[in-house]
Ligand binder design. Structure first.
Ligand code: KIV
Ligand code: ZN
Length: 529
């Protein structure tokens, strides 16, 4: 059993964790984040101890540029990178975005498979080498930390790959990344690929080899671990494995595999594994995407023992059915923590233990919400506390839900009467709809006089039981601005109203910011890898 409490020991063989939640992860549908959300995730990543943060693709849009710039100014320990194509404009944007970082860097990529060369780039092999060398040389005159990626490497000709990597190393790349862009590789092949590249690429012994896998065949973690066996010393991954299509390599699974099977892999990471669970939950809350209960390490059931024979074994000796402790990834085994008699100190202590940064929330306000909930519920769970803490928001709440009344029966159409406070004045509307949530949203739209498109709506019971807090997340769009809203309440209809109104407040804040700064919406991408 491994309960990772490794001290940093530079003489030890270790693997860098390169996190691309904010770039490749954020590219997946439903995972877009605004600048503030990206900053909060970046802080989680720094607390986790990741070595490198890929903060975005600066040339993609003004919103992306701003996010990279702000992340670069915010974190101090990790290297902060921006992705860049081999174009001059991209490189200059990337360099300028990471300028304020304590440890700045740039990540340049170009495709190397014949398929991509012919159908996507329309370039010859020689032209691709020239473009890669030109880009690395240009960036190197401004910044030392340069990573080069050969997109679609796993489907590229091996000799050609050695040639490209050899040339960019000579031009100054210090990390060479070998992406399995389409999730096509299998572990045995990946292990051999890395062994070969390391041995046969000119200069391949003096740089860091990096793996970047996609999960189309469910092999991203297995391929990343095989790459480590083949000599890779950097894993590119995302929290919860979010990413394009079936996602990227999951950070928590790789890190815990390396920690739990240190006997096999013989390499360490710098990750503070006790922050894995809080960071995973924090990301899930920010993007409003739930974690599957069976997700290894962070899923609700990952440490739950249901079968009698397992429970019996675990009670006798936990090693019978557990290979790592829940505590080692920051999960607290005692899920029932506080009740209505708990005081402010106990409440604040518990939030701290859960990895919630008290400096960033209004503790008095959160405590008042906790007391209100404790009055309604018998038991307050950790997940309830996360929800309570995350209700803290920096968005001005111009619209606030004052009251929601709904009526529904088998015979009549559902109706809802909603009262909102708009700039301090109350407005009420009644509407009928296809369900009570639909009726409620129609009434809200009437009160405010807007008609945003509801692109997604998700409801989740945060804890078990019919008195659980309902956690609702919705994504709305007006023209080119899309925002997410969240709401929690023991009544899911009220939680739904909170989420919708929260989204409308955010939409308005975003519009106001854009009008002021001429900022274009973060979700609008001009280009993408
Ligand atoms: O999957 C991929 O090839 C990428 C590169 C841009 C590194 O994300
Ligand atoms: Zn990728």
């Amino acid at each position: 059993m491994t309960d990772q409490k490794r001290e940093r020991d530079e003489s030890e063989d270790w693997v860098r964790i390169f996190d691309t939640t904010l770039r490749d992860g954020e590219q997946s549908p439903g995972c877009t984040m605004n600048v503030e959300e990206k900053l909060s995730v970046a802080r989680e990543l720094e607390t986790l101890g990741v070595d490198v943060i890929e903060a975005g693709f600066a040339a993609a849009s003004p919103g992306d540029f701003e996010s990279v710039r702000r992340v670069a100014e915010t974190v101090t320990e990790p290297v902060v990178l921006s992705l860049s194509r081999t174009r001059e404009g991209d490189i200059d944007r990337a360099l300028s975005a990471v300028e304020g970082a304590k440890k700045p860097g740039i990540h340049i990529f170009i495709a190397t498979s014949d398929l991509h060369l012919e159908h996507k780039l329309g370039m010859s092999r020689d032209e691709v080498v020239d473009a890669a060398v030109w880009a690395v040389t240009r960036a190197k005159s401004h910044v030392d930390y340069i990573e080069f990626s050969a997109e679609d490497a796993s489907r590229s000709d091996l000799d050609y790959l050695c040639r490209v990597f050899g040339e960019v190393i000579a031009a100054g790349a210090i990390v060479c990344n070998v992406p399995d862009t389409t999730g096509y590789a299998v572990p045995e092949q990946t292990r051999e690929l890395f062994r070969h590249l390391k041995a046969e690429t000119p200069g391949g012994d003096r740089i860091v080899w990096s793996t970047h896998c996609h999960n189309d065949l469910g092999l991203a973690v297995a391929n990343s671990l095989a790459a480590v066996e083949g000599g890779a010393r950097q894993i590119e991954c995302t929290i919860n494995g979010i990413g394009e299509r079936a996602g990227n390599t999951s950070m928590e699974e790789c890190v815990m595999a390396l920690a739990t099977r240190h006997d096999h892999f013989g390499v360490a990471t710098h990750i503070n594994t006790r922050h894995i669970y809080p960071a995973s939950r924090a990301l899930s809350r920010v993007i409003g995407v739930a974690i599957a209960p069976t997700k290894p390490v962070v899923g609700d059931n990952a440490f739950a023992h249901e079968a009698g024979i397992h429970q019996d074994g675990v009670l006798k000796n936990v090693l019978t059915y557990e290979i790592m402790t829940p505590e080692s990834v920051g999960r607290v085994s005692n899920r029932l923590v506080l009740g209505k008699h708990s005081g402010r100190h106990a409440f604040a202590d518990r939030l701290r233990e859960l990895g919630i940064d008290l400096e960033r929330i209004d503790v008095n306000d959160a405590f008042a919400r906790f007391k209100a909930l404790a009055d309604k519920k018998k038991e307050v769970f950790d997940e309830d506390l996360y929800a309570i803490a995350s209700e803290d928001t920096d968005v001005v709440q111009r619209y606030q839900v004052v009251a929601v009344e709904v009526a529904s029966s088998l015979e009549t159409k559902p109706s809802a009467t909603v009262t909102l406070s708009v700039d301090g004045l109350e407005r009420s509307h009644t509407a009928i709809g296809d369900g009570i949530v639909d009726a409620c949203y129609r009434a809200i739209k009437e009160c405010i006089g807007v008609d945003p498109k509801l692109e997604s709506y998700q409801v989740k019971g945060i804890t078990g039981g019919t008195d659980a807090m309902g956690d609702v997340s919705c994504f709305i769009r007006v023209d080119d601005i899309g925002v997410r809203g969240r709401g929690t309440h023991t009544d899911v209809v009220i939680a739904s109203a909170f989420a919708f109104v929260d989204a409308i407040n955010r939409l308005e804040a975003r519009r106001a910011r854009r009008d002021h700064a001429g900022e274009s919406a973060g979700e609008m991408r001009e280009v993408g890898p």
